[in-house]
Design a protein around this ligand. Sequence first.
Ligand code: GLP
Length: 245
Amino acid sequence: LPLEGLQAGGSGPLYLKLRQSLEDAIQSGKLNHGDALPPERDLADYANISRVTVRKAVDDLVRDGLLVRRHGSGTFVVKPVSKVQQSLSRLTSFTEDMARRGLNTHARWLERGLYHPSPDEMMALGLPADALVARLGRLRIADDMPLAIERASISAEFLPDPQAVTSSLYTALDKTRSRPVRAVQRISACNIKDPDASMLGVAVGSAGLSIERVSYLASGRVVEFTRSLYRGDAYDFVAELTLSE
Ligand code: GLP
């Protein structure tokens, strides 16, 4: 890293100069996306400046989303992502959406089991307190990129065995003849906090899209109540609008 002479050249606070050198190194490719930053102690020794100064410059770049701190493993250069364009008018599953783009999906399971419903789930799914709900919490990953954290609740009536969902929920619902045919989806903006931010590999406070989907069978029964958190930098939702008659 071109950090020599930080002390000597130019005016202005040292941490800003360090920040600029790191930014230049990222832009010029001296530091590649996904690379780990040398430990702060080494940067301080190398540039002959204090660790407090290094910390301040790194904090700035983390805040701006150029670097990300991963607990226990260090600080990394953030990979810029190409956005996924997602239609807002078709009722598709995550697995199908990604397959259409040639991406492989996998999940890190956060939760998978049968529970009594929470008040929110009772309301959304129209269930009594003593009913059972299948809860599926997943970090959804396309190729190697984590894209969303998704928490789905399905009445046990439609999904008696949550372990049957190995990859796609909609495929599992197909098998119990309860794949939804209609859904209402609500999208709102949010800032991603920890622990979600570190799971998604984005800086704390980055833009996220919080998406709620309630989906229905042809009979009008609610099948699914899902709350998801999508990375704002990875998604572009597109809706086609038509003139009403
Ligand atoms: C999307 C929706 C979820 C739905 C999921 C099913 O991600 N936001 O509401 O549960 O698709 O995807 P899959 O069948 O891949 O589990």
